[in-house]
Design a protein around this ligand. Structure first.
Ligand code: CS2
Ligand code: MN
Length: 358
């Protein structure tokens, strides 16, 4: 595996490449052209400039998170083929620049959903949290307003103000789309992009829906083992792969994370490792990466990745906000750096124990 950190670009991120470089455990960044709208072309010049900036700082681009998929593609509406052609062009440009990993998601309307961005924990740190009760009490148009004041002046992925201004229209677009239709549209998209992925060896890695169930009555499909294996089979090509996000699949306590990892051998191209602390099955908060701070056994998760011979990038996913840092919620420097060190420690111990036959 390679340890990486997500970086949103110098215009948007409070964390600098110089700081990332000094984490030491981290050698690559997962980044993106953050101001691109879904459906917009990523040009070679833009990709090259981003690459140069990262390389000048002594790091490299390990993958893109995300090249976002447009609502026309997700809903299969009239602009779908035009948007797919643009997506293919963007992939070609990334391939030409030597980038071989692209994370994306297929969630309707909202990317991840949390009902609090700064829930205070006992030690004074703050974390992102979710309660089903809060979602049930909100109308979707109010979702953005209800959390905007905790964004620390940053723009959060999937929650761009321009997008949120159109929430009502977006819901309208999805009104006839059920899980089956969404799945069909995903397969249509994948079949169309596989040739360019094969040509440039670009591994597509779908990010799961977060939380792993339907919110506001919208369809959600990338939520459990059965569905993700169905998707792997529907387009049985190594370039159709997975971002294994422990914190997202793990929102559903019925998902057995190490077992899912093992069943996806060969198809996990990217891993997000984070821990959650549950107060009840639909009230949870993001915890420190340390196993005993949450509900997940991080040793078992990292061991499963090691056992399947995972070689791709891993990143600590969201971190807590600690030491008075002011940053994009979930994406501060300090706790993610601690997470990176912890995961590397687990990995080294597992690796050496195996080599020594322990
Ligand atoms: C990320 C997602 O911040 C997060 O929770 O894991 O926003 C993820 O980047 C996207 O869903 C991938 O397209
Ligand atoms: Mn994730």
């Amino acid at each position: 595996m390679e340890m990486t950190l997500r970086w949103y670009g110098s215009k948007f991120d409070t964390v600098t490449l110089k700081q990332i470089r000094q984490i030491r455990y981290v050698t690559g960044v997962i980044t993106m052209l953050y101001d691109k709208q879904p459906g917009e072309l990523w040009t070679r010049q833009e990709i090259r400039a981003l690459k140069k900036e990262v390389e000048d700082a002594g790091l490299h681009i390990s993958g893109i998170e995300s090249v976002n998929v447009s609502d026309a593609i997700k809903t299969g509406s009239k602009d779908r083929d035009k948007d797919i052609a643009t997506y293919i062009e963007s992939l070609r440009n990334l391939g030409e620049e030597g980038i071989h990993l692209v994370c994306y998601n297929f969630m309707p309307v909202f990317d991840w959903t949390r009902t609090e961005l700064a829930r205070q924990r006992e030690d004074g740190s703050t974390v992102l949290a979710y309660t089903q009760k809060a979602v049930d009490e909100l109308v979707p148009e109010k979702m953005f307003e209800s959390i905007a004041s905790d964004m620390n002046g940053t723009v959060m992925p999937g929650w761009e103000p321009e997008r949120m201004a159109k929430v009502k229209e977006l819901f309208e677009l999805y009104k006839d789309i059920d899980n089956e239709k969404l799945f069909e549209n995903l397969v249509y998209f994948l079949k169309a992009i596989m040739p360019v992925c094969n040509e440039y060896d670009i591994k597509m890695a779908i990010h799961p829906d977060d939380p792993a169930w339907s919110v506001f009555g919208l369809p959600r499909i990338i939520i459990n083992k059965e569905n993700i294996l169905r998707m792997m089979k529907a387009v049985d090509d190594v370039h159709n792969g997975v971002t294994f996000c422990a914190g997202s699949y793990g929102t559903n306590l019925n998902n057995d994370l190490p077992d899912m990892i093992r069943s996806l051998k060969g198809r996990i191209h990217f891993a997000h490792v984070r821990n959650l602390k549950f107060h009840s099955p639909d009230n949870f908060e993001e915890a420190a990466h340390l196993s005993e701070d949450g509900n997940f056994d991080m040793y078992e998760i990292v061991k499963a990745l090691h056992d399947i011979g995972f070689e791709g990038p891993i990143r600590p996913d969201h971190g807590r906000m600690i030491w008075d840092e002011v940053a994009m919620p979930g994406y501060g420097l300090y706790d993610r750096a601690l997470g990176a060190a912890y995961i590397c420690g687990l990995w080294e111990a597992i690796d050496k124990a195996k080599k020594r036959g322990i």
